[in-house]
Design a binder for this molecule. Structure first.
Ligand SMILES: *Cc1c(COP(=O)(O)O)cnc(C)c1O
Length: 377
């Protein structure tokens, strides 16, 4: 395993091998390279003048990762009382917290209000009614539907409204005593189509103008998340995406408005490497099956939605095709098919790259398999 595989930083790879060599902690566990997280926090948003960055906590809410990020000059985007509780624990001030979940629980709303959180997303009359009751006078932004094509993890069906309804809802929020501040959207997670942001910004501008004609002056545009990371394929670079976003903003929006972005995956994704073990092998017909101790339920849930991870094993034999499955008894627990890797032995380690985002945060203890620990290196 000496040579650095594609799509992982050499420095991360060295730290991972060093950690494994010096610690006999039993797998599975997730190693997260804190230098990569810091590097990403510094990089993201830099290409969009004046943008405020809010890390989307759901990508990885590990308290040590949040502590690291809290020590830098960024905020947090949260959706629940549980995420709020971790930030309270870290004494993150309310001014650095926003919530872009368009439908929130009652308990979250009252706790967020008590803590002093000001910014809330919404996309329905029912939510305006709830917000005006629980957080009177709060600042709100409307979730607009935008094209999610080219995203591996589309998010636009569950939330968002079209332009006309969005304008009505912003006016309704005002009527109810809220502060209608602006617009948000999400181009879809792992979005590899830079044009999505341009299209979304154009659409937001249309809504902005309609609001202005109707006497509502907005001041905030929240660009959501969506920046992609490298799993098994190259993706557009953050610098390139931000250059295009910046150009679209200059074309479409006046200077001096508030710009928010909410990266999740891109902050922590490629900082993470799972250390797992081969626990079984089988041949079924002409299929080769490999069983490992991290599966769909305890870490690799996104594989079900089409995320393809890269697996690294120590064996030097010629690569063959494998179906990789998790440890549980459920037939849903199949992680990937047609994975070309050299044949490992039962008991060998398997390293799974770019696995820092949406892995532990999705994990359950289904079937008695514990959630892998996260260790910062
Ligand atoms: C999940 C989420 C994000 C983060 O998205 P990534 O694709 O991980 O960058 C940002 N904003 C909202 C509202 C989200 O739900």
């Amino acid at each position: 395993m000496e040579k650095t595989p594609d799509f992982v930083a050499k420095s991360t790879w060295e730290k991972v091998l060093y950690y494994i060599a010096l610690n006999d902690m039993p797998p599975p566990y997730l190693l997260v390279d804190k230098d990569i997280v810091k590097e990403k926090i510094r990089l993201i948003g830099r290409g969009i003048g004046g943008a405020r960055v809010f890390y989307a906590v759901k990508a990885n809410p590990d308290i040590e990762i949040l502590r690291l990020i809290a020590g830098m000059d960024v905020g947090f985007e949260i959706a629940s009382e549980g995420e709020l509780a971790i930030l309270k624990n870290l004494n993150v001030p309310a001014e650095r917290i926003i919530t872009s979940n368009p439908v929130k629980t009652f308990r979250f709303l009252s706790e967020a209000r008590d803590y002093g959180v000001r910014y809330y997303a919404f996309d329905s009359r029912a939510e305006v009614d709830k917000l005006s009751r629980y957080v009177p006078g709060c600042s709100v932004y409307i979730r607009l539907t935008v094209n999610n094509e080219g995203s591996e993890w589309p998010l636009s069906k569950k939330f968002g409204v079209e332009i006309d309804e969005a304008a009505e809802l912003l006016l309704y929020a005002k009527e109810k005593g809220l502060d209608p501040s602006g617009i948000t959207f999400h181009v879809g997670s792992q979005c590899n189509n830079a044009y999505n942001w341009h299209g979304a910004i154009e659409k937001a501008r249309e809504l902005w103008d309609i609001c202005s004609e109707r006497g509502l002056k907005l001041r905030l545009l929240n660009l959501g998340g969506g920046y992609p990371i490298r799993y098994t394929k190259d993706v557009i670079e953050i610098k390139g995406i931000e250059k295009r976003i910046s150009r679209s903003l200059k074309q479409k929006f006046p200077e001096g408005i508030d710009i928010f972005i909410e990266p999740g995956r891109a902050v922590v994704g490629d900082a993470g490497v799972f250390v797992a073990t081969v626990i079984g092998k089988a041949t079924r017909g002409d299929e080769n099956w490999l069983y490992i101790d991290v599966g769909v339920f305890n870490g690799l849930m996104e594989s079900v939605g089409g995320i393809k991870y890269k697996y690294v094993v120590g064996s030097r034999s010629a690569p063959t095709k494998w179906i990789i499955a998790g440890p549980s008894c459920d037939s849903f627990d199949v992680i990937d098919k047609d994975v070309e890797i050299p044949e490992p032995e039962v008991g060998n380690r398997v390293l799974i790259l770019s696995s820092g985002a949406y892995t532990i945060s999705y994990a359950s203890e289904f079937n008695g398999f514990s959630i892998p620990k996260t260790i910062l290196i």
